[in-house]
Design a protein around this ligand. Structure first.
Ligand SMILES: Nc1ncnc2c1ncn2[C@@H]1O[C@H](COP(=O)(O)OP(=O)(O)OP(=O)(O)O)[C@@H](O)[C@H]1O
Ligand SMILES: [Mg+2]
Length: 259
């Protein structure tokens, strides 16, 4: 009998992923699994291939080889925006807010399936476009409250601090109603008080059912947030385990010390 209980399978499972840039083997036969409702960590020394792996999972870069299954379906033939529509979104190591737009507008632009982007629908159904925009505005305001930026809604995004830009990036991801968010270094360049706030918010979103895969060099963040941690070194899987197991894994310590 076929067992259709999807809870037995990871929400995201990638295997055999390879990517070379010229002579550099950035990712070599890598695998990763992210269970639904987990906070999974991805760590490794600088240049280990973590961001490249994110790019491969979300198809911002096409793999040379490998397989990515998201929510039970292969996704490597899809474009990044189609993958986002399926519920897999990512943030960038360097936050990519549109500085000249307001914080609220940045969020509204991230909403999916905007009728207002279609010229003819704007001409033929202005009321539909107006209704959709109102819904997006309301959703964006709720998300701004959830990321703690409601008081900045009408400020230029360019005026936000590094940490606030990271929160805006997460807010933009939340606007797409995702199932899984890939966060690339959410704590990098963020002041310690705001790091604690970002972590608390991630825990709360996770309790509400959101799944996260997080790249981070800040080990306190990884150790406090993650259920399981995957380690990459020189593009290859080095280890995976609970934070406690990874913390005292001799191969992992050696890879970091050898940096
Ligand atoms: N577009 C590219 N063209 C050429 N080489 C690249 C490209 N992207 C990444 N690389 C190389 O691939 C390797 C892995 O880079 P990647 O950015 O994935 O590492 P990382 O683990 O995210 O590092 P960090 O912790 O510093 O962000 C590095 O040697 C990097 O220089
Ligand atoms: Mg990186």
């Amino acid at each position: 009998m076929v067992n259709n209980d999807s809870s037995q399978f990871p929400l995201l499972a990638a295997s055999g992923l390879c990517k070379s840039f010229g002579g550099i083997k950035a990712v070599q036969d890598a695998e990763i699994q992210v269970p639904a409702s987990s906070i999974t960590g991805l760590i490794g020394p600088n240049g280990a291939g973590k961001t490249t792996l994110f790019n491969l999972l979300s198809n911002f870069i096409r793999p040379d080889k490998g397989r990515v299954i998201f929510d039970g379906e292969p996704i490597q033939h899809l474009q990044p925006h189609q993958i986002a529509q399926q519920g897999l979104v990512r943030t960038f190591q360097v936050a990519r807010a549109l500085s000249r737009l307001s914080v609220l507008e940045n969020l509204m632009l991230a909403a999916q399936k905007q009728t207002g982007e279609n010229f003819w629908q704007v001409q033929l159904q202005p009321h539909v476009v107006a209704k959709e925009e109102k819904q997006h505005r309301e959703q964006a305001m709720l998300i701004l409250e959830s990321v703690g930026l409601a008081h900045k809604a009408y400020d230029y995004a360019g005026g936000l601090s590094g940490g606030q830009r990271k929160l805006l990036e997460i807010g933009r991801a939340l606007m797409t109603n995702p199932k899984l968010i890939l966060l690339d270094e959410p704590a990098a360049g963020v002041n310690p008080r705001l790091i604690d706030e970002i972590c608390d918010r991630i825990v709360n979103w996770n309790k509400a059912g959101m799944t996260f895969l997080i790249i981070e060099h800040n080990m306190d963040v990884i150790m406090s947030l993650c259920d399981r941690v995957w380690v990459l070194a020189e593009g290859k899987n080095l280890a995976n385990g609970t934070p406690e197991e990874i913390q005292c894994n001799a191969k992992v310590l050696e890879a970091y010390l050898g940096q």
